[in-house]
Design a binder for this molecule. Sequence first.
Ligand code: F6P
Length: 395
Amino acid sequence: MRAEKIFAGKTLAILSGGGDTPAINSSIEAVRNRASMLGFKVYGILRGWKGLLGDGDVVDLTNIAYNGIYGGTGLLSSRTNPFPSKKNPEDRSQQILRNIERYKIDVLVTIGGDDTNGAAKKMYEKYGIPVIGFPKTIDNDLRTRTIHHYQGKQYETVLCPGFPSGAMAIKKLTSKLHTTNESHQRIMVLEVMGRDAGWLTGTAVFGGAQVALVPEVEMTKERKDFFFEHVKEQYMRSPKHSLIIAVSEGVRWWNEEKQSLEMVYASPDLDEYGHPRFGGISGVIASEISKKLGIEARGQISGYIPRSGKCYEYDRRLTSTLADKVVDLLLREDYGKMPVMRDIVPYSELEEFHTDAIDMGNNRPVCRFLDQHHRCALSYGVYPRIPHCNSTGIR
Ligand code: F6P
């Protein structure tokens, strides 16, 4: 007897938008494989929403080999917003609708953060386009409402594909920086991606960074005074007279001259979702340390290192598990949703029954500042389990 493919004759399209991560190809491969098994014809839309503008830029993914371990995104990416923005006031959603019609797309899977998936949610709510979001963020800044069971307690945490591979890269990079730093008895300020969330920066602690500054905590005048005292003490106490401080690119830092909190930008330009480009806070902090404490300090920007390179095994497991939940949503025709990890339990038990689906879009962390749980989670080193990292954050 031949099994009937329930979605035979239907088309599912996948796009990826926003900053890349090492887990996007893995997500595409996992969703494509499962959708093909259900009988869908699978299209890939190139360059995020941009691939559905004009005449469209679409490739057939149904029967081609796809390498999910290779990092980045084979479908390419952009920060295109189909809806009016400050940068581009034109409403291009009608072009998207025309192409959805033209390519006969029945379901759209959008791999993205809150920007890409927020636009998809609007397409669903305004025009009834069946969409499913797939989480993607190197900053780990989507509120996934994941519960981490840790030493008998439960913590709300965040776990998005891409972050584990990025975290490994930051841990490795930090571990390497010690030798050069120790040779010059310096303080190194390592800048890490993270506009609103300090998860990635926090993982530098697993590579031996002694201090981490995250965007959830504003560096007010009072906090800065304490910071300098603490840095001096840590440096003097360290056996090799060297210290690594990790800092998120989006940290707000008290500017003595202007008497205000400031962020440091690499460029004043905003993208179509209204985001500026950060860069340079590490240099500002390093020069203030040198001036105030008389200790040689250097800034180091880790830049695109966490986003680059291959997809680690943990992310492979994560993307397959979430893609299983996509199948569940497809079978129930439950759209406007995004699969998430519901629980974090020991690594070997990452199973489908630990997933959930939440409304997609509008999933930024609730508040910029740490609540009690997050504060505990950070100080106790409660992070999503990353192979080779211990849970105390101590080398
Ligand atoms: O996707 C978010 C992010 O990783 C931010 O942390 C960072 O500011 C931004 O991307 C930079 O990306 P790009 O330079 O590629 O626009």
